[in-house]
Design a binder for this molecule. Structure first.
Ligand SMILES: [Zn+2]
Ligand SMILES: [Zn+2]
Length: 132
């Protein structure tokens, strides 16, 4: 049976059901992810669109990215948690915030990007030699 995992916002009204395994899990140290999360890095699991079912209202926040393609973030209008986003550079994929699964057994990241913005005390989850 295909594994299913449920991501949700802090209040639970915005839910994203993901079937199967993510294509990639990416940890991002960039300053925009720091601003978005209030944490010192963001972490995203990329699923193909057909693996994802979204339930609940969202509001959108779009920002440019270094790739030249914007990213559209979707957050819960009631509690403000960003649960998923659409990287326009990869239109076939939905990125889901790994923390939104609240699952310590979620697959570990395959890559870490924007390492130049990593806070000094944050351990490097991915060694440069492991990066794809
Ligand atoms: Zn919410
Ligand atoms: Zn980032």
């Amino acid at each position: 049976m295909t594994k299913e995992r449920l991501a949700s916002c802090a209040c639970g009204k915005l839910r994203v059901l993901c079937s199967g395994e993510p294509t990639k899990v990416s940890l991002c140290h960039c300053l925009a992810c720091q601003k978005r999360t209030g944490s010192t890095f963001g972490i995203a699991a990329f699923f193909e669109r057909e693996q994802v079912r979204i339930d609940g209202a969202t509001r959108r926040f779009e920002r440019p990215s270094d790739s030249g393609f914007p990213v559209i973030f979707h957050f819960c209008p009631d509690c403000g948690s960003t649960v998923f986003w659409e990287p326009q550079r990869k239109p076939d994929y939905i990125a889901v915030g790994v923390g939104s699964f609240a699952d310590p057994d979620f697959p570990a990241p395959d890559q870490a990007v924007y390492r130049e913005h990593r806070h000094g005390w944050v351990e490097a989850a991915i060694k440069p030699s492991d990066a794809r």
